[in-house]
Design a protein around this ligand. Sequence first.
Ligand SMILES: [Zn+2]
Length: 259
Amino acid sequence: MKFIDITGNKYNMLTVLGVSHRKNKKIYWNVRCDCGTEKTVEGAHIKSGKLLSCGCKNHLPKHSMTKTKLFSIWVGMRRRCCNPNTERYGCYGGRGITVCDEWNNKKDGSINFIEWALSNGYKEGLTIERIDVNGNYEPSNCTWATRQEQNRNKRDMAFVEHDGELQLLSDIARSTEISESAIRGRYRAGLRGEELTTDEKYKARGEKHGRAKLKEHEVIEIKERLNNGETYQDIADRFGISKGYVCRIKTGRRWAHIA
Ligand SMILES: [Zn+2]
């Protein structure tokens, strides 16, 4: 039989990742289900189109719209946490957020999830929300939210890198004891990373006028270092200012009056 590479093809919920092995003249392929589960299946079986999913869809009643909707919510939840190729994985699985065993289990995880949803306030149009945004998808940490609540939560959810991991502004505020509104203000002003919480870089600390970031003797030193060919980055790091600010000093848009 002629070998046809089906890598990358998608059959129902299954995407082919590549060849796994050959056995008894049959080719077996590694596939990933939309729900995030990976498994190995025989080529003819997947190409027939009869295989719908990794098995996660097997127990689903075919004619219930509500259950079908809940099933796709379940698939989306698992994808965000288990499939690194998903766009938003970085904010979920990439941050260590997982789906509990009861819901993650391939055999009846979707059924457990749907049962939980139906007996815990799910209604058409609601979305699943985690109560603690750093917590996992599990019954004790999940609730159903309206679109309005969802939008409010989304607005509050700006993930930024802080201490080497993606965190919410509200969590950064909590861990640093700087007020959340101050951190939001800094965020809106374009500050990122440790600039969000390092006061020295944010506070005005000039000598003569409040908006200056540097003291005159520092500017003199910066200009000397520029003349000696030191890089913008090194100078920026040394004085705790941005590279752009060093550039503005160099080109005379800032501190032009200092020789
Ligand atoms: Zn699946």
